[in-house]
Design a protein around this ligand. Structure first.
Ligand code: FAD
Ligand code: 2HG
Ligand code: ZN
Length: 378
């Protein structure tokens, strides 16, 4: 965590003691990880842009264990960081300081699947690709697909309301989630984590095309949207690998300044050309891609290393430009740690206040994923 990049102070939570470790060992026997080597990867995000210093990771298997952990941490005022596949793009999944990491890695069971209604009930730690395989074997399709499918967990997908490559065909993930078993920090949760799946789209069309202009690209996207064409083709995995691996390819450039914006479709690409002219050779690459169907631009600017002066040219310019279009500063990746302080560009103070009140209701001491989502001074 670069202090000048992300200035943040530790809040007065308790520090994990030997007694705490013994109590946690009682809740999840044999699944309290304190080995520094094992803690290395879960302390760093996928993009390697933020790093925490957690000394404890817990691996619960059941909701009851999660509830016990959270009740204990609430009583002891210990901060907690839930972690799924740790593929998030905004530093939400890694601790900022020494928060206890609660990993869903062992909560990977499908609890039931109804092959008439298409209702799937599963634990939060099921890996998306494993779920996809499971339902495809039964003649169904997950309404969600994304490049991180081999690692991300369904709980992380729901927590971030992930968009992904099937958004246009099946709509927002929150529309297919029927229920969640939620564990607040102070009261036991009840309910069922379930989602409704869809039978696969009967006709699949896969095509690559190189439009001569951005306008023809957005026009084509609009047509596809009306035709309901773009479900994910199975017969051309190579083709799709090109799209899915853009993030990975960009990370080879060095440092990546990442923006995830919602913009009006007819202005979707304008910022890319604008920035290329504005940044000149100070950036290695200015790349714009994303999800045309829901007006989501992934704007990526790469450079050899992080530079405060390049950042100063990008921000707040990019956010002001987006606000000027009445766009959103976070389209599908969420706010996490990195974007929390720019939420005000997209939401009025009243909305931020309401978010704070809702958070306080479920997590009165603010121990659950502190330093994330809500702006520092709203
Ligand atoms: P994590 O990264 O572990 O966590 C993300 C957030 O959710 C954190 O704040 C964490 O605390 C919280 N969380 C996780 N599990 C739980 C839980 N059980 N309960 C409460 N909170 C929880 N995102 C898109 O939207 N669309 C894409 O197309 C897309 N493509 C990607 C491609 C690549 C190559 C990569 C690396 C990432 C991509 N992402 C995309 C971002 C990321 O994969 C998604 O946000 C994904 O949904 C995160 O899931 P995860 O299990 O890795 O969650
Ligand atoms: C995608 O659509 C992901 O590939 C990642 O949301 C986007 O890396 C990015 O900017
Ligand atoms: Zn995306």
């Amino acid at each position: 965590l670069t202090p000048e990049r992300y200035p943040v102070r530790r809040l007065p939570f308790s520090v994990v003691s030997e007694d705490d470790l013994a109590a946690l060992e009682h809740i999840v026997p044999g699944r309290v990880i304190t080995d520094p080597e094992e803690l290395e990867a879960p302390n760093v995000d996928w993009l390697r842009t933020v790093r925490g210093s957690s000394k404890v990771l817990l691996r619960p298997r059941t909701t009851q264990e999660v509830a016990h952990i959270l009740r204990y941490c609430h009583e002891r005022n210990l901060a907690v960081n839930p972690q799924g596949g740790n593929t998030g793009m905004v530093g939400g999944s890694t601790p900022v300081f020494d928060e206890i990491i609660v990993s869903t890695a062992l909560m990977n069971q499908v609890l039931s699947f109804h092959d008439v209604s298409g209702v799937l009930v599963c634990q939060a730690g099921c890996v998306l690709e494993a779920l996809s395989q499971y339902v495809e074997e039964r003649g169904f399709v997950m309404p969600l697909d994304l490049g991180a499918k081999g690692s991300c967990h369904i709980g992380g997908n729901v927590a971030t309301n992930a968009g992904g490559l099937r958004f246009l065909r099946y709509g927002s993930l929150r529309g297919t989630v029927l229920g969640l078993e939620v564990v607040p920090t102070c009261v036991p949760g009840r309910g069922c984590p379930s989602a409704r799946l869809t039978p696969p789209c009967p006709a699949r069309v896969s095509a690559a095309w190189c439009p001569s202009s951005v306008d023809s690209r957005t026009e084509a996207a609009g047509r596809f949207c009306h035709l309901g064409v773009p479900c994910r083709p199975r017969s051309h995995p190579m083709l799709w690998a090109l799209r899915e691996r853009i993030t990975e390819a960009l990370s080879h450039d060095g440092y990546v300044y990442k923006y995830d914006l919602s913009l009006p479709l007819d202005r979707l690409y304008d910022l890319v050309g604008d920035l290329r002219a504005r940044l000149g050779p100070s950036a290695k690459r200015v790349v714009g891609y994303g999800h045309l169907g829901d007006g989501n631009l992934h704007l990526n600017v790469t450079a050899e290393t992080f530079s405060a002066s390049l950042l100063g040219t990008l921000e707040p310019y990019v956010y002001e430009w987006t606000a000027g279009q009445r766009g959103s500063v976070s389209a599908e990746h969420g706010l996490g740690f990195k974007k929390k302080d720019v939420l005000g560009y997209s939401k009025p103070p009243e909305a931020l206040q309401l978010m704070r009140q809702l958070k306080a209701l479920l997590d009165p001491k603010g121990i659950l994923n502190p330093y994330k989502t809500l702006p520092t001074h709203a």
